[in-house]
Design a protein around this ligand. Structure first.
Ligand code: SF4
Ligand code: SF4
Length: 472
């Protein structure tokens, strides 16, 4: 039985409800009147249900889909302005007791090098990341209670926040570790994490169990209910996602939105972010096993529909994607991207030697952070290193009410300009600096609130004189 506010995974992600949703979407994919009414509803910026969004996904009418794309672009502009938030993953360790068939860290893989960074090595990595200009990290580990206990993760977070190198600082640490207990989530909350991120991979229970044949991750209910435990523990911001290419994408798309509806129904706050990774080649993973991969057109459509269905949620894309496919999804809805990522354990302070292979997946975008920033500026975006909300206590429902009222753009814009200014002063190449200064100058004039405009100008002048870390 489908119950969005249930605590039980199989009730809030009901297989029957997803099947009924897909049948409903198929039956209505040519129902022009219904599709137009869904698009009209989305224009009110209150989001769409998983059923409505699934009808849009099934629709193949080019003209109607173009309307969805146009709306996605407009909604993105309205909620967040043209800023794109930057982050980098930091892989702490790749020991893992699970047997996930799509991931090279699965415990049976003997040709991968197992590594765990010491606190000293973490310091070096973080200094290298700060020297690139990063301010926001996503910590990644495998699951291994013996080699990677929660105490290690907590100690690492403390180490990372404590490093102040030149003008650098990591101001927000998001954490992507295995599903755990309420007690451990409380400890992560107390350590000052930003978002807790956990991908569902697939919401299809039977497939989930086949893809995760052994280890604690095999337990579908424990994994699917992880965000409930995190929120019960007081973590306000959670990030969900599926790995597209593991199952029927339409099934997972509906499940993803049901998960968001569930969090909203139970806690009054939807997910802070949604990630849309696609499966990538990796060591000891056979890509031919995954026949449900999605092409660039469908990928772009998914992102655009997510943008209109959950307008208040950040959408994240990683360096799994090529420059070209990132460009397409940035246009229609992505609000956060990683740049210059290392997908190995370590790899920032010193590039990994081929014989030390510890990467989780092959990157499709291996440009430097400066190249990514430069490219974003060319595309008309403002690359942002902002971490203000979390540090100002704007998390959970406080954050959502700001976003839903459309007020967040008033913070995002000036914060993007100020953090970009820091980047230009401390890390940028001459060409990026020139482009960035021009963009900031123009963007400052677009701030409508005269008090904010005046303050932003002052802060930017202060940054030029050597001061750091201003925020709205
Ligand atoms: Fe381990 Fe995560 Fe990879 Fe699964 S996906 S093998 S849990 S690191
Ligand atoms: Fe993100 Fe808040 Fe900064 Fe906007 S102001 S970029 S929502 S942290």
């Amino acid at each position: 039985m489908y119950q969005p506010d249930s605590k039980i995974a199989e009730e809030f992600i009901s297989d029957q409800e997803i099947k009924d949703t897909l049948a409903y979407a198929d039956a209505n994919k040519d129902n022009r009147e219904l599709i137009i009414s869904i698009i009209e509803k989305a224009k009110k910026l209150k989001g769409l249900s998983h059923r409505e969004a699934s009808v849009l996904l099934a629709c193949e009418d080019k003209e109607l889909i173009q309307k969805v794309f146009d709306l996605a672009i407009k909604i993105k502009e309205e909620f967040y302005g043209n800023r794109i938030v930057m982050f980098a993953p930091l892989y702490l360790a790749n020991y893992c007791v699970n047997g996930c068939v799509y991931c090279p860290y699965h415990y049976k893989n003997k040709h991968i090098r197992r590594k765990k960074l010491s606190q000293e090595e973490i310091k070096k990595e973080v200094i290298a990341l700060q020297d690139m200009g990063h301010k926001r990290l996503a910590l990644e580990t495998g699951e291994d209670p013996v080699n990677i206990p929660i105490e290690y993760v907590l100690e690492s977070i403390k180490t990372i926040y404590g490093i102040k190198h030149k003008n650098g600082a990591i101001r927000r640490v998001n954490v992507n570790i295995a599903a755990t207990t309420v007690e451990n989530y409380k400890r992560l909350r107390d350590a000052g994490i930003g978002t807790y991120i956990l991908f569902q991979e697939t919401y299809h229970k039977d497939n989930y169990e086949v893809l995760h044949p052994t280890g604690p991750k095999h337990n579908y209910a424990y994994h699917t209910e992880a965000m409930d435990r995190a929120m019960e523990a007081g973590i306000d911001d959670v990030g969900i996602g599926v790995l597209f290419g593991l199952n029927m994408y339409r099934y997972d798309f509906a499940g993803l939105l049901m998960h968001a509806e569930h969090l909203e129904a139970r806690f009054g706050v939807g997910p802070h972010t949604i990630s849309v990774p696609r499966i990538r080649p990796a060591d000891d993973v056979d890509p031919d096993e995954f026949e449900n991969g999605i092409n660039d057109d469908i990928f772009e459509k998914i992102v655009a529909i997510l943008r209109v269905a959950v307008p208040y949620t950040g959408i994240i894309i990683s360096t799994r994607e090529t420059k070209e496919s990132r460009e397409r999804v940035l246009r229609v809805g992505v609000s956060q991207i990683s740049g210059a990522s290392s997908t190995s354990v370590g790899g920032y302070a010193e590039p990994e030697k081929p014989e030390d292979n510890s990467a989780q997946f092959e990157r499709s975008d291996d440009r430097t952070l400066d190249e990514v920033v430069n490219w974003l500026l060319d595309l008309g975006h403002i690359p942002s290193f902002c971490t203000a909300c979390y540090r100002e206590g704007r998390t959970g429902d406080r954050f959502m009410s700001l976003v839903k009222s459309g007020q967040i753009a008033n913070c995002c814009g000036p914060n993007a300009m100020m953090t970009l200014k820091e980047y230009l002063e401390d890390y940028a190449s001459e060409d990026t600096k020139q482009k960035g200064e021009k963009v900031i100058k123009e963007a400052l004039e677009t701030i409508t609130n005269p008090v904010v405009k005046q303050k932003a100008k002052e802060y930017i002048e202060n940054i030029h004189e050597g001061k750091r870390d201003f925020r709205f």
